[in-house]
Every structure is written in structure tokens, then in C-alpha cells.
Design a protein around this ligand. Structure first.
Ligand SMILES: Cc1cc2nc3c(=O)[nH]c(=O)nc-3n(C[C@H](O)[C@H](O)[C@H](O)COP(=O)(O)O)c2cc1C
Ligand SMILES: [Mn+2]
Length: 481
């Protein structure tokens, strides 16, 4: 299901008891953070601050902060539905059609992609209801100062749209923006992200458009670790089963979703840098001040009654946990396409998604766990993993207690731990230097004789199904509840 606006999504959440309106004029300077943090940590609803102090627009936060709301945002009952649709699409595309039914099935699946996915161009849209050029200013927006040592207010849920200066390919990424003044911000695209690549190859200043709001599926798409060749708006169209409608910017050739609440148009000169941060980051620590490009605002277009979407990141779990879980679920079928041995994976929220992954595999050959580790370290954003734990297919990767049990009982550290080196996430503070450091793979699978383990692996303890069934049958008579 596609939402026509963020407002429509707000109404849906409210109808389901998933949103609370707050009339109290809470302060975007720290106060909204403290309120939001308490609500996020207790699994509470989305919050619509109707009149944030000193601002002209309402602020929406904790929009995605539960599995249910994350699913609702993607228009499904549960995240796994999107994963299953993707699995089905891949299966149809991969199967040699043997019958007419197969052919029609494949045709139908491809038709579904072809008609729903590619964005559509339209002349006008709600994001153009108000157009401000010379008088464009960020001051009326309730931009949050999230944590006490933050360098200033930060736009935290921006959809940053750029085009590759050579290939023309569009990218939409979520990169926070520190407000320096009414018409200038930072642009925190990290070293390995597509926006940064566009700036690296650009011969001179280039246009950037930043959207806030619109269908929440767009916000998720901006965070999804898609390969650079895949347009996030195509992906969003496929997820919501309806093309994203695009309108042309006022001051550049970029196109933006017509349903956005705000569009900030501007330019970036890749040679201009300014100190950005500190910022209370999703690692739970402040990221250090560092030079980043400067976004210069040229125009704001907006809805008449826009909602300003925001989030706070910080020590996990936070709202972004659910954006990350959506990625874990949706990208599993894609991972399985290249790595068919993968059964399941868990990117634990506490490990900030890119520091540790637990993967279960169907082990077929000696050393199979190492093949998987090498592959993961060679893929997109999963390359950042500092620790990869590989377990057997029957292990529940989502149960940290079981994983600890398997690792602590089944791992001989000298034999089963592999150290290597590679790129680290921009925000990692553990290494002696930024961006490049060490990695660890833990092979917690059952060891085989062909891997040098010639003792006998002990059998696991489990009750017989017959006794279990018998006890099930008499359970009610035992007075044990
Ligand atoms: C709430 C939130 C804030 C984020 N902030 C940043 C950021 O400031 N800089 C950055 O490089 N990535 C940030 N990310 C992660 C990127 O959005 C993510 O890596 C995305 O896949 C990048 O898209 P790209 O591959 O098109 O560059 C953030 C993610 C979320 C959920
Ligand atoms: Mn991208």
C-alpha cells in the first residue's frame, strides 16, 4: 500500500493507536530528545509534537520505532512479506520456464516490476504548494539539537538526492545535515557512500535536493544498502507497488518525489569543506568533529501544511533499530541469491548493524564458514563487519543466549578464529586509525574430521518426541500451569 502523504500515514497510525499527539510546546533543543528517548526505550508510540517551541511546523518522531510501525510504513502486515515477495521474484526470474504457467508467472512478476517500480514524471505536486527562493530559510523548521555536546541542530531524516556527474545515475541517501545558519548546512555523507562518490568525481559545484517526509517508504529506501546501480526510488516504487511520482526542482534538473513535505534545493561545491560535529551518533558515542562538504540552500518548496520528520540516534536500541531490521529481513533473499548456503542472519541492534553479524549456513565442505566470511567482507555495506560469527543451519541466530552457548562450547579460539584486515565504517572509533582496521571471523560450526577435528563431536541433549508428546498430554493434570 502506498501513502499519498506523511499526513495520511500519521492518520493511519493514529487510527491504530500507534501515535500520540503532544500539545505541550516541547523544545527541539534537547527536550524533544529526552521525551522521545524515553518513549522509544519503552516501546511506545510515534509522537507528533504539534507546536515545537520556536518553530512553525509540527515535528514527527519515533515514526518507525517498532516492528509493527516499520511494517505499516512499508505497507505490509510484517516485514517478512517484503522479503517473501522478493524471494518469489528472484525464484521466478531464475527458474527455466517449463510450462505455460511458468512463463505466465514470470511474465506476471516482471510486469509487476515494470509497472510499479520505475518512477513517473508529473508536472506538479503537493511539494510545490509553497515556493520560497530569496526568502527561503531553515529557521522556521523545528530542527533538533539532539544531545548536549552536539555542535548545533541537525536535520536527521533527510533524503539526499544527487546524480552521478558522469553517468547521470540518481542516488538517494540518508545523510544528516548540521544547520550552520538559515541557508547553510553540513552534508555528512561518509567516505564509502554514494553521495561522497558523486562529490569526488564532480568537476565542480553540483545540485543537491533534500526531501523531508512524503510516503514513509521513501525514508526507508534512502537508508537501504542498495548497490549504486539501483535507484532507491525504483526500489521504493516496487516495495509500495506504485510508482513514485517525481517533479522537477525549481533551481536544478534534479527530480524529487512530488509528495514530499519539504524540498530543500541547493548546491555543493566539492572543494568547500567545513567542520561538522560533534554529534551524538548511532554508535552511542559522539562522533568527532570532521570536515565535510557544505550544502548551500537556494530554494525551499513545501506543502501548505507540512510535517517535519525527525529522529534521534544514540545508544541502541533507538528508532533506527527498526530501519536496520527491515534491511536485515528484506536483504536476506538477495544475500541468498549470491550465497545460497545462508539460512538466516542477525545484525544485532546493539552492534550498530555494521559491527557484528551472526549467520547460519548449510555447511557442505571443509572450511565452508571461511568461504562465507570472505564473501561477506567482499560485499556492499556488509563489508564493514568487524566480527562475523558463523553457526550451523539449525542454530537460532536471533537467540543471543543460544549463540553464546554455541560459541563458548564449540570454538577452539586458536583454530576457529580468523583475523584479517579491511575497510571499517566511517564512525568506528576502535582502531588506531580511521577507515581501515582488523576483522575477526568466528567459525562456530560443528567441526569435521576433514577439518582436522578427529575426536568425536558430542551429541546434543534433547528429549525424544514420544516423551514430549506424552508429557504434553498429561501436562494439565500436573498442576504446573
Ligand atoms: C537515521 C539514520 C541516519 C543516518 N545518517 C547517516 C549519515 O549522516 N551519513 C552517512 O553516510 N550515512 C548515514 N546513514 C546510513 C545511510 O543512510 C546508509 O548507509 C545508506 O545505505 C546510504 O545510501 P547510499 O549507499 O546510497 O550512499 C544513516 C542512516 C539512518 C537510518
Ligand atoms: Mn544508493
Amino acid at each position: 500500500m502506498a501513502y499519498r502523504s506523511l499526513e495520511e500515514f500519521v492518520q493511519r497510525l493514529e487510527g491504530l493507536g500507534e501515535l500520540k499527539r503532544i500539545r505541550y510546546p516541547a523544545d527541539p533543543h534537547l527536550e524533544i530528545s529526552e521525551i522521545t528517548d524515553r518513549v522509544v526505550k519503552s516501546g511506545g508510540p510515534a509522537l507528533l509534537f504539534e507546536q515545537p517551541k520556536g518553530a512553525a511546523y509540527p515535528l514527527l518522531t519515533n515514526t518507525f520505532g517498532s516492528r509493527r510501525r516499520m511494517s505499516l510504513a512499508l505497507g505490509v502486515d510484517d516485514l517478512d512479506e517484503v522479503a517473501r515477495r522478493l524471494e518469489d521474484l528472484i525464484a521466478r526470474a531464475m527458474r527455466m520456464p517449463r510450462s505455460l504457467g511458468d512463463r505466465l508467472g514470470l511474465g506476471g512478476a516482471l510486469l509487476d516490476v515494470a509497472t510499479s517500480a520505475p518512477p513517473r514524471h508529473v508536472k506538479d505536486g503537493p511539494c510545490k504548494e509553497v515556493i520560497l527562493k530569496d526568502d527561503a530559510s531553515l529557521d522556521p523548521l523545528p530542527i533538533q539539537t539532539c544531545w548536549p555536546q552536539d555542535a548545533g541542530p541537525f536535520i536527521t531524516l533527510p533524503l539526499v538526492i544527487t546524480r552521478h556527474p558522469v553517468t547521470g545515475k540518481r542516488n538517494v541517501g540518508m545523510y544528516r545535515m548540521q544547520k550552520y545558519d538559515a541557508r547553510t548546512t553540513g552534508m555528512h555523507w561518509q567516505l564509502h557512500k554514494s553521495g561522497a562518490e558523486h562529490a569526488r568525481v564532480s568537476p565542480g559545484p553540483f545540485p543537491v535536493a533534500v526531501c523531508l517526509g512524503g510516503d514513509p517508504v521513501l525514508t526507508y529506501a534512502a537508508t537501504a544498502p542498495l548497490p549504486p546501480e539501483i535507484d532507491e526510488l525504483l526500489f521504493a516504487g516496487w516495495v509500495r507497488r506504485k510508482p513514485v511520482e517525481l517533479v522537477r526542482c525549481e533551481t536544478s534538473d534534479l527530480e524529487v518525489p512530488a509528495d514530499a513535505d519539504f524540498v530543500l534545493e541547493g548546491t555543493i561545491d566539492p572543494t568547500e569543506k567545513r567542520v561538522e560535529g560533534p554529534f551524538g551518533d548511532h554508535t552511542g558515542y559522539y562522533s568527532h568533529p570532521e570536515d565535510f562538504p557544505v550544502f548551500r540552500l537556494t530554494c525551499i518548496t513545501r506543502r501548505k501544511k507540512p510535517i517535519y520528520p525527525s529522529t534521534i540516534v544514540g545508544r541502541p536500541p533507538m528508532e533506527d533499530a527498526w530501519l536496520g531490521k527491515a534491511t536485515e529481513r528484506i536483504f536476506l533473499p538477495l544475500l541468498r541469491l549470491v550465497l545460497p548456503e545462508v539460512v538466516d542472519m542477525n545484525l544485532p541492534v546493539e552492534a550498530c548493524f555494521h559491527n557484528l553479524v551472526i549467520v547460519s549456513i548449510r555447511k557442505r565442505w571443509p572450511g565452508h564458514a571461511y568461504k562465507l566470511m570472505s564473501a561477506l567482507w567482499g560485499l556492499g555495506q556488509i563489508m564493514f563487519m568487524k566480527c562475523i560469527i558463523v553457526v550451523d543451519e539449525h542454530v537460532n541466530v536471533h537467540d543471543p543466549i543460544e549463540v553464546l552457548w554455541r560459541v563458548s562450547t564449540g570454538v577452539d579460539p586458536e583454530r576457529d578464529i580468523l583475523f584479517t584486515r579491511g575497510p571499517l565504517d566511517h564512525l568506528d572509533h576502535s582502531g588506531a586509525r580511521q577507515f581501515f582496521g582488523s576483522k575477526m571471523g568466528i567459525d562456530a560450526t560443528t567441526k569435521w574430521a576433514s577439518e582436522g577435528y578427529t575426536r568425536q563431536w558430542p551429541p546434543e541433549i534433547a528429549m525424544t518426541p514420544e516423551v514430549k508428546a506424552r508429557v504434553d498430554a498429561i501436562w494439565g493434570q500436573l498442576g504446573l500451569a
